[in-house]
Design a protein around this ligand. Sequence first.
Ligand code: GUN
Length: 282
Amino acid sequence: MAEIIDGKALSKSIRAEVKEQVETLVQETGKTPHLVVVLVGEDPASQSYVKAKQRACERAGIKSTLLRKDDTIKEEELVQLVEELNQDEAVHGILVQLPLPDHIDANRVIDTIEQNKDVDGFHPLNIAALQIGTPGILPATPKGILTMLESVGIDLQGKKALIVGRSNIVGKPVLQLLLRKHATVTIAHSRTKDLKKECLEADVLIAAVGRANMITGDMIKPGAVVIDVGVNRVDGKLVGDVDFEAAKDVASHITPVPGGVGPMTIASLLQNTIECFETLVK
Ligand code: GUN
């Protein structure tokens, strides 16, 4: 039976560390780190993610403000709002929750966020820094995944890693982070010819597609490390992209859903907020 990588417990210890850092920073600077979250529309999943992010901020002593906007907001108005937040010295982090309504160009909105306030690490300059390997804010979910792998002592050097999913938020940045750790990395996606064959070759398998239980037990190489980024709702229950019950008997390490990658995304967001604060204020 695989070792379960407990994202919830690891997230808790990181959040406690962040809380201590915040206390020190407040003492040193007389200022409190402040994250502003912009939520457009009423998407239930986005509302619940934003609520979790805000609660985590409050517990860590980070001030958080939620700006809710109607989904009829014009792109221009949203860009202007971000520009105002860029100028505001009392704001150290800006997070525009995605997805945005179809009539808004999300890339334009993200491009507007000041690089040093981009707690998501989605700004093109932060993405470029990730690619080149220079300092920058790392996207929260990929950062959390790497922290989890490190926490259980996985040495990635020379390992074959397969990422299933090529999103800008997870697949592509995870590729860069695994490369930094000297893994041999492949990305599979909806047009990949033989997904099972690719999966069976992977020492580290990262599933980030958003399809419930699509990675079955017979697709996992015995002893592989399995990271499940999927968050899917089936009959009101949260399940990942990996069939956990079958996979846990084949893998050496596996992350559960819920309680795996999700809490780590939030812990990384708090770390990023502190990093932005330090760059801006210290
Ligand atoms: N939507 C889903 N995940 C994320 C995230 O990490 N950041 C933002 N801003 N929106 C998201």
